[in-house]
Design a protein around this ligand. Structure first.
Ligand code: ADP
Ligand code: TRP
Length: 321
């Protein structure tokens, strides 16, 4: 079974990325053939700063390895190092209905937020379909927000197969259980583009600032509160050990939960949770040459894996004349 997923290097990775996509990928290392990549071509739809994109690409690669991805047990590369995906993306775009892309929530949400859409932003799901289909992935672990993009990839694959004959496997999304959408500090989905994240790797001071800014209601301390509708609790439960979780849950239900105190505890919990990864990340970033060598090896393996599908596609559509 081939398991594949990618992450954008469009800013500091956050705990939503970790629980929604990175941890499920890391946990899948022995469940099948794992393909993981940093999608820098997708990040170009929102980052037009040369230095920042280059730096965040390397940082995201270091983050993923530091958090437990083992490049010796998977194929790990940077998207633009397999340029064939752009070729496939074009071919797929010629059979992607305009209306299918117009219906994408992620696109509509960004436009609604006032982002002036480029052609690249509109075509984003087609490139993502190419990413998945070129490797004949079976399963794609992603957060809930990417489910529709997976459906688009399946629709495009089915259409291609219908026109040209069986060519692509239809990928299955794997949405990460009850943690499907991690809320940000303002209660909306945590996202790099909404400025509401809790970064995985940051200074303790910044971490504290973010956690203390988690929006909570004004229910008095002694009154019971609903943990299911509390952002703070939804984040706290990801990090708290069993006994602490039970005790805090009791305070929510029976009264006595003090948001300020829970936030301070959460700062410590998050800081400790990522302590070992933080150290590993420092080591990786101290040797950029080593990190680039890992990615170059990954790109070579990824290109080799993509080659047979590309040959078949070129032949099927009539580009071999
Ligand atoms: P962002 O919205 O921060 O730009 P990406 O779109 O790069 O994040 O998402 C990378 C991966 O992390 C995707 O699989 C996505 O579903 C997952 N992810 C992002 N934000 C969250 C969240 N708040 N909760 C769960 N998963 C998330
Ligand atoms: N669109 C995905 C996101 O923002 C990233 C992505 C690009 C991806 N290509 C992919 C995810 C292929 C899974 C498979 O999260």
């Amino acid at each position: 079974m081939r398991i594949l997923s990618g992450i954008q290097p469009s800013g500091q990775l956050h705990i939503g990325n970790y629980f929604g996509m990175m941890r499920p990928m890391i946990e899948n290392q022995d469940a099948g053939e794992l393909f993981a990549f940093i999608v820098n071509l997708h990040a170009l739809t929102s980052v037009h700063d040369r230095g920042r994109l280059a730096r965040d690409t390397l940082n995201a690669a270091a983050d993923f390895i530091a958090l437990g991805l083992d490049p010796d047990r998977c194929v790990f590369w940077v998207q633009s190092d397999v340029p064939e995906v752009c070729e496939l993306s074009w071919i797929l775009s010629t059979m992607t209905p305009f209306g299918l892309l117009e219906r994408c929530h992620s696109y509509k949400d960004k436009v609604a937020k006032g982002i002036s859409p480029s052609h690249g932003l509109f075509a984003y799901p087609v490139l993502m379909a190419a990413d998945i289909l070129i490797f004949q992935a079976d399963v794609v672990p992603v957060g809930k927000d990417q489910k529709q993009h997976l459906e688009v990839a399946r629709d495009i694959a089915a259409k291609f197969n219908h026109i040209y004959g069986e060519t692509f496997k239809l990928p299955e999304p794997r949405i990460s259980g009850d943690l499907a959408v991690i809320p940000g500090i303002d209660g909306q989905k945590m996202s790099k583009s909404y400025g509401n994240t809790i970064p995985i790797f940051t200074t303790r001071e910044e971490l504290k600032k973010r956690v203390m800014a988690i929006k909570t209601d004004s229910t008095p301390v002694e009154e019971p509160k609903d943990p299911d509708n509390c952002n703070l609790f939804q984040i706290y439960r990801l990090f708290a050990p069993e006994d602490r979780l039970r005790e805090t849950l009791g305070l929510y239900r029976n009264g006595g939960a003090m948001y300020g105190k829970i936030k301070l505890e959460l700062v410590d919990l998050i800081w400790d949770y990522f302590a070992a990864a933080r150290e590993k990340r420092e080591q990786l970033l101290a040797d950029p040459g080593g990190l680039k060598a890992i990615l170059a090896r990954g790109a070579e393996a990824a290109r080799a894996a993509a080659a047979p599908t590309m040959e078949l596609v070129r032949d099927r559509v009539g580009l071999r004349y």
